[in-house]
Design a protein around this ligand. Structure first.
Ligand SMILES: [Fe+2]
Length: 205
């Protein structure tokens, strides 16, 4: 299996994480414990996040940047940093997988939603806001498909917020959904990666 690192140099802590992930997947395949088993390696990866260099903390004006750090060929793992400018927020969106997110710079509020309709009406979604919680620097939050997979991230610091994502798909290439809860809107989108032209290639059949 080939995979791709997009950060130079590849620090040992990152390489070790990917190895740990491989071992965990081999052990947990077909079981429900993957997310729990990933927590300690993710904590280790973010214990000292200084390996996330300035290039992977750069905001892009008026949009959310996703800087790919690592993608597996499978595609069962992607690691990327998400940068949300000061005074900005993501759309409400899903991820269609499980994973961990750790805040490494700035401050955020995470609004979690749950979808209440059955998804059988084109362009229509009923979302309920479950919570709106401040995220502390260094804190890990999880994403669990399908019940805890929809959220919106708001930067509440006067600097861009940076969160490292460890997700069990190749998120940038996945067609997923963004929502406008006020008007019950839902749209398909593919987010891509800011540092990869076209956002596809590896991870696509
Ligand atoms: Fe997200």
């Amino acid at each position: 299996m080939s995979d791709a690192y997009y950060i130079e140099p590849v620090e040992p802590v990152l390489r070790r994480f990917v190895e740990d992930f491989r071992n965990i997947v081999a052990r947990e395949r077909g079981k429900s414990g993957l997310l729990d088993a990933l927590k300690a390696p993710t904590e280790a990866l973010l214990y000292d996040p200084s390996w996330i260099t300035e290039a992977f903390r750069q905001p892009v004006p008026d949009t959310t940047a996703s800087w790919a750090v690592y993608r597996s060929q499978d595609p069962d793992l992607c690691i990327f940093s998400m940068v949300v400018p000061a005074g900005s927020m993501t759309r409400v969106h899903n991820h269609l997988t499980d994973g961990w997110v750790g805040l490494v710079q700035g401050a955020q509020v995470e609004r979690k939603y749950v979808r209440r309709d059955r998804g059988d009406r084109e362009g229509y979604a009923e979302l309920e806001l479950l919570s709106a919680d401040p995220i502390r620097l260094g804190e890990l939050t999880w994403l669990k498909h399908p019940d805890e997979d929809i959220h919106q991230v708001v930067t509440v610091s006067d600097t861009p917020s940076v969160s490292l994502h460890v997700l069990c798909n190749d998120l940038g290439t996945v067609e997923r959904q963004s929502f406008d809860p006020e008007v019950h809107g839902v749209e398909n989108f593919i987010s891509g990666y800011t540092n990869i032209a076209g956002g596809a290639g590896i991870g696509k059949p």
